[in-house]
Ligand binder design. Structure first.
Ligand code: PLP
Length: 392
């Protein structure tokens, strides 16, 4: 059996999405910016896609900018946003963001702006009082604030209280960007209810292809464009529109079903089964405010890479730490920021489910995983049976 439980890394493209895209690789290949009717006809499909994406977010079509990926959306929001706010501006973000934000924040720091990263507690939650204190301090210094806080964490699935964050940012006159990549298609995003100024999403996290992203820009908010060139996207993002992918992304928005119950039930069964078989496992993250399909769990005294390797041998795909940081054996910055005991940090793995998974797959994982952990424990030099329960 092959089981794909790595949906926070990327998802399968929905068949309906593939079907919607096909004509744009064939007869509908015109450039939407062309003057002729052949290109103009294709532009109509881009307009329709923009309307569908806007409806998905309860936004207006002119607030939607198509990008090449969420990394581009995040870079544009942070660097373009801070440039627009001017010299006397500072960035407030968190220590648990995706590298697309953390590296952009580093760049913003190099550009001469103060950058503050809010820490998280052991559940992976931020402290809103700290956010208020930073915003107040900036206002007192006459410094404008750009805040970038992810809606949900890619590694733990922890959901941040975005509605309250938006209210606080409004109260202190700050511009708010959110990396909403992991909530797309999982929980309803309504930019009227949760009034963020900018928001990033990525197609491949909710059954559209890789290489297409969205940047939502609230009417009246601004940034300095990052991609310079033609007049596409009303001059805010140059580059010929990736029409097939834009149409595919819009289709993914149309069929997103927010099936929290189905996916949540599979994740809960997986979690309960693991805890019953391996009771000293540690669930990472705030289980009350968590994406329905994500389970991040630490198996003390063993290496996450070894677990992933043996599961892969059994046909099961999962991640250790951040998928985007795989290739590096550094422990996850998110799990470390939460203060998970060192002996368990290295043994943290992430299971992430989608609507294409089944209960039978959960059963299969529950059959294969416990013996793998037990075998690795037997080989480990650490563990209560060896009298070594810490690295210090
Ligand atoms: N932000 C978050 C929270 C993510 O999980 C990812 C991808 O893993 C990204 C940004 C980057 O998205 P993309 O692959 O579209 O650049």
């Amino acid at each position: 059996m092959n089981v794909y439980f790595d949906n926070n890394a990327t998802t399968r493209v929905a068949p309906e999405v593939v079907e919607a895209m096909m004509p744009f690789f064939g007869e509908l290949y015109g450039n939407p910016s062309s003057m002729h009717a052949f290109g103009g006809n294709v532009a109509k499909y881009v307009d329709k896609a923009r309307e569908q994406v806007a409806a998905f977010l309860n936004a207006s079509p002119e607030e939607i900018i198509f990008t090449s990926c969420a990394t581009e959306s995040d870079n544009t929001a942070l660097r373009g946003g801070i440039e627009y706010l001017g010299e006397k501006s500072a960035l407030i973000t968190t220590a648990v963001e995706h590298p697309a934000i953390l590296q952009s924040a580093h760049k913003v720091g190099e550009m001469g702006h103060e950058v503050v990263k809010l820490g998280v507690d052991h559940k992976g939650q931020i402290n809103l009082e700290e956010l208020k204190a930073q915003l107040k301090a900036n206002n007192e210094k006459g410094v404008k604030s750009l805040v970038s806080i992810m809606w949900a964490n890619n590694e733990t699935g922890v959901i941040f209280p975005m509605e309250q964050i938006a209210d606080i940012c409004k109260e202190y006159g700050a511009v708010l960007h959110t990396d909403a990549v992991q909530v797309a298609g999982k929980i309803k995003v309504d930019v009227k209810k949760v009034p963020v100024d900018m928001l990033s999403m990525s197609g491949h996290k909710f059954h559209a292809p890789k290489g297409i992203g969205i940047l939502y820009l609230r009417k009246g908010s601004f940034f300095r464009p990052f991609m310079l060139g033609g007049h596409q996207e009303r001059g805010l993002r140059a580059g010929t529109e990736n029409v097939p992918y834009i149409v595919g992304l819009a289709k993914a928005c149309e069929i997103a079903n927010y099936d929290e119950t189905g996916i949540g039930a599979m994740r809960d069964k997986l979690q309960a089964g693991i805890m019953a078989a391996l009771p000293d496992s540690i669930i990472n993250g705030d289980t009350e405010h968590r994406l329905p399909g994500t389970l991040n769990i630490s198996f003390p005294y063993v290496e996450g890479e070894a677990i992933a390797y043996h599961l892969s041998d059994a046909g099961i795909c999962i991640s250790t730490g951040s998928a985007c940081a795989s290739g590096s054996l550094d422990p996850s910055h998110v799990i470390r920021a939460m203060g998970v005991p060192f002996i368990a940090v290295h043994g943290s793995v992430r299971f992430s489910l989608s609507r294409y998974n089944t209960m039978e797959e959960v059963d299969y994982v529950l059959e294969k995983l416990p013996p793998i952990i037990k075998n690795l424990r037997a080989l480990s030099p650490f563990g209560p049976d060896k009298g070594v329960t810490t690295y210090e």
